[in-house]
Design a protein around this ligand. Structure first.
Ligand SMILES: *Cc1c(COP(=O)(O)O)cnc(C)c1O
Length: 346
């Protein structure tokens, strides 16, 4: 079976015409026009007009950066919205299924639940690698998408390129690679392979390395055809004016991004070394992200002790294969010293 986008799209979405907003029918070309079309307030305050529903400026900045066309990009209110749009465009409630590979980001399962889509779980191997054969065995004609993140949250590792390629070549639904942590990895990610795989969708976020979690901006990159389907169902003004303006300004500050990522990586390596000296930490897992997963003697107990000392970490023990693990985000040098001091005092 070949990749057939038309066959993947939900019936109602295939027939849908997107809502045409006032700003769709006329967009300023820069000349001074009088706007009496959208029932907005005429009093200028920076946000009295509706935002650009197509986020043209932001998209052209990103397209230039990644050598893509703006037609390969969809932006959303955080990558959570982008992922939800993928469900709503392709997965028929109570009929279709998706595959996820725990331990992984919790949102895929939540979104499957919200959209009434069966979530088939195929555990990672003990080394936190994809179990490709088992994944392929779980696929049937109703499997619309596979969701994974690489580098993976909460384990921190990136999946082998070979395994991902194998899935892309042998699965004819969408393979969604969530690259929320790619800026911390010493590899480039999958954006430059989009032309090669029509079923590849890459999700990214500005919430982590870019330092804009409070802004809510996520991106999804895919073939023009896949992006066109998602555009058909997205709410017209899903990325607000302040977000568009602030993101434009911050994304252009590449020096700051590089400096902050470099500092996080230096700190991460320092932390990795120092953590080996803590006697109740039994394992420190390799990481390509801005966090470190460790195995401790008693995660519930250690979590409570650390919390009592004023540091909040994440207890991941309820996740499969993650018994007695804690996840530490890499913070500023001062914050990391504080965590180390607390750990040393226990
Ligand atoms: C943090 C994170 C995100 C971010 O989601 P936003 O809605 O963009 O803030 C996405 N995917 C993974 C795997 C994450 O860990």
């Amino acid at each position: 079976m070949e990749f057939d986008l038309d066959n993947l799209v939900r019936n109602n979405v295939r027939e849908l015409k997107p809502y045409s907003s006032a700003r769709d029918e006329y967009t300023s070309d820069g000349s001074s026009m009088v706007f009496l079309d959208a029932n907005e307030s005429p009093y200028f305050n920076g946000i009295n007009r509706y935002p650009d529903p197509h986020q043209r400026q932001l998209k052209s900045l990103l397209a230039g950066r990644y050598y893509l066309s703006t037609a390969n990009i969809l932006l959303g209110n955080g990558s959570d919205e982008v992922l939800d749009l993928i469900f709503r465009a392709f997965c028929e409630p109570y009929q279709d299924n998706i595959i996820t590979m725990p331990p992984t980001y919790g949102m895929y399962k939540v979104l499957a639940g919200i959209n009434a889509i069966e979530n088939r779980e195929v555990l990672l191997t003990k080394k936190f690698e994809l179990n490709v054969e088992k994944i392929l065995e779980s696929i049937d004609t109703k499997t619309k998408a596979i969701f994974l993140c690489s580098p993976n949250n909460p384990t921190g590792n990136s999946f082998s390129e070979k395994n991902l390629e194998y899935l892309l070549n042998n699965f004819h639904g969408l393979l969604v690679v969530d690259e929320a942590y790619i800026d911390f990895a010493n590899r480039g990610g999958w954006l430059n392979r989009l032309g090669q795989f029509p079923n590849l969708v890459v999700a990214r976020t500005f919430s982590k390395a870019y330092g804009m979690a409070g802004l809510r901006l996520g991106a999804c990159y895919g073939s023009e055809e896949v992006i066109a389907v998602l555009n058909r169902i997205k709410p017209p003004y899903n990325v607000n004016e302040l977000t568009q303006q602030k993101a434009l300004q911050m994304i252009q500050n590449t020096d700051l991004l590089k400096k902050q990522v470099a500092e996080i990586l230096t700190e991460r390596d320092l932390m990795m070394q120092q953590l080996t000296k803590i006697n109740f930490i039994n394992d420190i897992y390799p990481t390509d992200a801005n966090f470190i997963l460790v195995k401790v003697d008693d995660a519930d107990k250690r979590y409570r002790e650390i919390l009592k000392s004023g540091v909040v970490v994440r207890n991941r023990s309820t996740q499969p294969l993650c018994n007695n693990t804690l996840r530490f985000t890499v913070g500023t040098p001062v914050e990391n010293r504080k965590l180390l001091n607390v750990l040393n005092s226990l």
